[in-house]
Write a protein that binds this ligand. Sequence first.
Ligand code: FAD
Ligand code: FES
Length: 301
Amino acid sequence: MAGIKNVLKGSHDYTLYKKRKSLVNRPQNMYNKKQNQRLAFDGGSYMKYDTQQCRLTYKEELAPGVFDFRLQNQAFAASAQPGQFAHLLVPGKPLRRPISICDVDQKADTLRLVFEVRGEGTQILAQYQVGDCLDVLAPLGRGFTIGDTSRRALFVGGGIGVPPLLYAAKQFGVNATVIIGFRNRDAVILKKDFEQAGCRVILHTDDGSAGRGGFVTESCREELENCEQVFACGPAPMLKAVAGQAQERCVPCQISLEERMGCGVGACLVCACKIRKADGSEGYLHVCKDGPVFDAKEVVW
Ligand SMILES: Cc1cc2nc3c(=O)[nH]c(=O)nc-3n(C[C@H](O)[C@H](O)[C@H](O)COP(=O)(O)OP(=O)(O)OC[C@H]3O[C@@H](n4cnc5c(N)ncnc54)[C@H](O)[C@@H]3O)c2cc1C
Ligand code: FES
């Protein structure tokens, strides 16, 4: 990966990348020279993000095709919040790939990203080796609202929707029950990480090869009795079911949505999602800038 920047430079994709950067710097975005960070106006507050080179300090294949990356950057580690995401430049591809921040180690100044190889972009990312540098735009989006961590919280994650929950669940420690679901025993990831944080973990696999058989929603219904709030991330049908169960019990529920993205900072309108406002009318928000975490009651499925 030594020549990775040179591959991109001089290519058509690099021209597109530079054009996109100028989009990011449109007038509604401001530049704070002192902090060397861009500040995007997001309708009342400022979201701070930056593009930096991050060294890959650790790499592991957690399950077939699922990679655990630790990327070192002091500024990102200091500012990243649970539920936010990083946008990774992929050499030879015009669009960055959004990957959630799974965890942060402020002592080692690292962001932890766990991703599954889905297509060409993630396949290229998986080829990076320890010592290589990645071009990262972060931390992006609005993450989970954590609030009082002594209030019992239920975390529900499915498949590659599990990693975005770890950093948030760690804040609650023993006050968190985490229900995680995977296809089968070989696909199980991060169970020990949640346990080491003190969380109670309920594992599901679709085929029953580890933990309980069946979907996470079966345990969710039972566990909702004992919690005051829900945090969920995973496939849309799972999120819809969890949101419905939480609403039936009047338990507040925050969900992290996935949508295809272009810029990742609210400039290109690719990631619109339909929401219901407090007055009952419908409108659109950006998953990248207003999310990816939303109050489940807002989402129009
Ligand atoms: C906010 C957010 C957080 C995410 N966090 C994680 C994570 O922690 N771990 C993880 O494994 N995956 C995560 N994803 C999904 C991940 O971004 C896609 O799997 C990845 O972009 C696929 O890229 P590709 O080039 O391998 O696939 P391709 O199918 O070749 O991608 C083609 C294009 O479609 C986009 N795309 C494809 N699938 C998705 C998708 N599911 N969501 C958004 N864009 C997509 C790509 O970014 C690319 O622009 C997240 C997505 C979002 C929106
Ligand atoms: S990805 Fe461009 S506006 Fe959200």
